[in-house]
Write a protein that binds this ligand. Structure first.
Ligand code: FMN
Length: 209
């Protein structure tokens, strides 16, 4: 498989074929690619919400700049960052490292101190920006893996996070919607499928020092 060819094949789909759905295996691979994404300290300060309910998806269209791919795509995924990371989250993370790697919890005291300092030094705004960056990195992974699987996708910021939080009750889970992705298969008549990719030339884009 040629990754550059696949990345050239992908584009931000404007119109999905409402009748074509991902297989369970394709979906699992894509979800797993998000879970395996790198994050600072491995803290994964976000969750991936899979929105299945058709009625819920219908109600989200008006809060998505009327982009009806939120409804007509095969799957709607919401990257939702944790509202904050607290001492319990840090402890849970350290315990997970300890259990997964069979390392005594006491050996992680140095990391524990670094994590408390790192998280504690951030304002609420800095924390949200930092957490969103982790989520966007995972979104990039998702887009690449979709392209490799020849599954179509559209990353989307054109939605109202507060409305998504309310409708999906994300605030009750200590989460807030950050960016979304719709997955599926391009409609035959999506005009964007035939448009040239617009990217600056490599000579302008790459700076060699
Ligand atoms: C963070 C982000 C948000 C985006 N939001 C939307 C969106 O709400 N609706 C949409 O149709 N496309 C959206 N796009 C798609 C971009 O317009 C598209 O990726 C860009 O024009 C490059 O084209 P290509 O991805 O088709 O190569 C978004 C892309 C990114 C990365």
């Amino acid at each position: 498989m040629d990754p550059i060819r696949q990345l050239g094949w992908r584009y931000a789909v404007k119109k999905f074929d409402p009748d074509r759905k991902l297989t369970a295996e394709q979906l699992e691979t894509i979800l797993e690619s998000v879970r395996l994404s790198a994050s600072a300290f491995g803290l994964q300060p976000y969750r991936l919400v899979v929105v299945d309910e058709v009625q819920v998806r219908e109600s989200l269209v008006e809060h998505s700049m009327n982009q009806d791919k939120v409804l007509h795509s095969s799957h709607l995924l919401v990257f939702a960052i944790r509202l904050f990371v607290d001492d319990t989250d840090i402890e849970n993370h350290l315990r997970l490292i300890s259990e997964t790697r069979n390392t005594p919890r006491g050996n992680l005291a140095g990391l524990e101190q670094i994590l408390h300092q790192f998280i504690g030094a951030m304002s609420q705004e800095s924390y949200r920006n930092w957490a969103a960056r982790q989520a966007y990195l995972a979104l990039g992974n998702l887009l690449t893996v979709c392209a490799l699987l020849q599954v179509d996708a559209c990353p989307m910021e054109g939605f109202v996070p507060a409305a998504y939080d309310r409708i999906l009750q994300l605030d009750q889970l200590g989460l807030t919607a950050t960016v979304i992705a719709t997955l599926g298969f391009r409609a035959q008549d999506d005009p964007y499928a035939r448009q040239q990719k617009v990217r600056m030339p490599l000579t302008e884009f790459i700076i060699r020092v």
